[in-house]
Ligand binder design. Structure first.
Ligand code: PBG
Length: 322
């Protein structure tokens, strides 16, 4: 035998020398959920270890994460039903607690990099990412709402805007609006290939944002398709996106890999709530080693081609100090 691949696995040192993929804390973005109020920290039943925070508690959490080396946070607001309407008006209203929290974080913890979510669902009485009219989601009318929301978030101090709505043309619409208002330095991480997935369940519990009727299949992508992801990627690039995201991550590693070959932009993958819940549940039951499985999952997402990983494991990973 001339070739013995096992020689490169013979010791820890050799294995480290030949390692092809290394995960770093700086690859990770930590999604955080927020509620209005004070001194609130409610654990999400289907996401052990993940909480809804009021702004005061959120500041503590972000501070702690910064110390651990996690520097980018993707914030999602849970709004009470009383604020929700057909046009998601509260999303760009100055009284909105989410916008106020962003401003406070950027003022008191300026080293925190803040990513915001742009979609109507947390603010919409219909629970959809766009305006619903006679059971249909209106694309072009929705862009106006998304634009106002993005602008309000940029004004509050967001570093990265994350349109997660999957309306056509929204990246260009948002980019132009931001530029027209002088926000040329605000980045856009587009949810480029966001699939209509069963893995968002725990997130919708966290925000109470599930659609009141129908599903999201007329805007989120069919899990059967990958060429379509390339079309979305091509459009988002032309429309001025800075980073392209694939979501969910684990059932779509082929999409991550394909996009990382097709585009020169950095690729991100969202290790979503259902993926987190699965691992946590099996780990709690003792059916898998939760910590090892987490490391393997995060590594696999990076190996597939994602430079950036949005994951609810970010803090736990950082605490391990591996
Ligand atoms: C909403 C949005 C969703 C997620 C991020 N932004 C849910 C959805 O589209 O229904 C899911 C994140 C997760 O499951 O962790 N636009």
């Amino acid at each position: 035998m001339l070739r013995r691949p096992r020689r490169n696995r013979k010791s820890e040192v050799i294995r480290e020398l030949v390692v092809e993929t290394q995960l770093m804390k700086s690859d990770l973005i930590f999604p955080l959920f927020m509620v209005e109020g004070n001194s609130i920290q409610q654990e999400i039943t289907s996401m052990p270890g993940i909480f809804r925070f009021s702004v005061d508690k959120l500041m503590d959490e972000i501070h702690e994460c910064l110390q651990l080396g996690i520097k980018t946070f993707c914030l999602f607001p849970a709004f009470d039903d009383k604020y929700k309407d057909k046009y998601a008006s509260i999303s760009h209203h100055p009284d909105n607690f989410y916008l106020k929290a962003i401003a406070r974080i950027k003022k008191e913890l300026p080293e925190a990099c803040v990513m915001t979510d742009v979609a109507m669902d947390p603010y919409s009485s219909d629970g959809h990412d766009g305006i619903v009219e006679n059971g249909k989601i209106l694309n072009d009318e929705t862009l106006e709402v998304l634009g106002k929301m993005s602008l309000a978030q940029a004004q509050a101090g967001a570093d990265i805007i994350g349109p997660s709505d999957m309306m056509d043309g929204r990246v260009e619409y948002i980019r132009e609006l931001l530029d027209d208002h002088g926000f040329i330095d605000v980045s856009i991480m587009s949810y480029t290939a966001k699939y209509a997935s069963a893995f968002y369940g725990p997130f919708r519990d966290a925000l109470d944002s599930a659609p009141k009727s129908g599903d999201k299949k007329t805007y989120q992508m069919n899990p059967a398709n990958i060429k379509e992801a390339l079309i979305e990627a091509e459009m988002d690039e032309l429309e001025g996106a800075d980073i392209l995201m694939v979501k969910p991550a684990l059932s779509y590693l082929d999409v991550v890999s394909e996009l990382s070959r097709a585009s020169n932009l950095p690729i991100a993958a969202y290790n979503v709530s259902g993926e987190y819940a699965m691992l946590k549940a099996a780990g709690e039951k003792g059916w898998i080693d939760g910590e090892k499985a987490m490391l393997e999952v995060l590594l696999s997402i990076k190996r597939a081609g994602a430079k950036i990983i949005l994951t609810y494991f970010a803090k736990e990973y950082a605490k391990l100090n591996v």
